[in-house]
Design a protein around this ligand. Structure first.
Ligand code: ZN
Length: 240
């Protein structure tokens, strides 16, 4: 069976600096995501962190990654522009990219989709995630809505390009709403943004969150492209 090669990137700082976060995610957020993704027989997981050489994502790793998952929060600026540019290039060439939670402000997400990713935010509230697009593969097996006891408030306006598909919409007890699960395509690459995952919340243990991310890995995995294409896109080939 051909496996989907997933690299899970985490800045991996809160878990070292904040005992409350370490208590929730003793193996790191990336370790937690890796554990539940490894339940899929067709997924192969690799972990990468900010402090690894080349941030754990040298060219040879990215060249052998089908889907890159990104979790970052306070150290976006510490990620080298050169690595970010290679991630962008790989996505445009077909690598899938999943931006979790505060990765809305990560350099790769902003570089790939082309906007600031700015949003409104606030304290932690009870969150309801509504399934807006049950026909989409990322929503497979997800009920009409599911609830997270406590998540950080992310609210509109969210400065993203209009998504290709809006899969989940969030409502918080504060009354705010948010486009919490959205897909984009750039070049050959498929991108998914998903809101849950604040470091002091337990969202990555939620079965629906886990199912969404498993589905997203499968949806974001590159298609087999039926023809040769140039890496120097965009290019114009004479039509004969
Ligand atoms: Zn957060």
């Amino acid at each position: 069976m051909k496996k989907i090669r997933v690299t899970i990137w985490n800045e991996f700082k809160h878990e070292k600096n904040n005992p409350d976060v370490a208590a929730i995610y003793p193996k790191g957020i990336h370790g937690c995501i890796g554990d539940f993704l490894s339940e899929c027989d067709d997924v192969e997981v690799r972990l990468a962190c900010l402090d690894d050489p080349d941030h754990g994502i040298p060219n040879e790793v990215l060249d052998n990654t089908d889907v890159l998952i990104w979790w970052g929060h306070c150290y976006h600026d510490a990620v080298s522009d050169e690595r970010v540019e290679y991630v962008r290039q790989r996505v445009y060439d077909g690598m899938g990219f999943i931006a979790c939670h505060s990765a809305h402000h990560s350099k790769p997400f902003k570089r790939i989709v082309g906007t600031t990713g700015n949003l409104s935010w606030g304290d932690e509230f009870h969150e309801i995630l509504w399934n807006l697009k049950p026909s989409h593969p990322i929503a497979a097996g997800i009920p009409d809505k599911f609830e997270l006891e406590s998540e950080e408030l992310y609210a509109e306006p969210f400065y993203i390009p209009n998504p290709d598909d809006l899969i989940f919409g969030a409502w918080y007890t504060s009354g705010h709403i948010f486009r919490a699960g959205a897909t984009f395509t750039r070049g050959l690459g498929k991108i998914f943004y998903f809101q849950p995952g604040h470091e002091t919340c337990r969202s990555f243990y939620d079965k629906n969150v886990q199912r969404v991310l498993k589905n997203a890995v499968h949806w974001c995995a590159p298609n087999e492209v039926g023809y040769e294409f140039s890496n120097d896109c965009p290019y114009i080939k004479p039509i004969v």
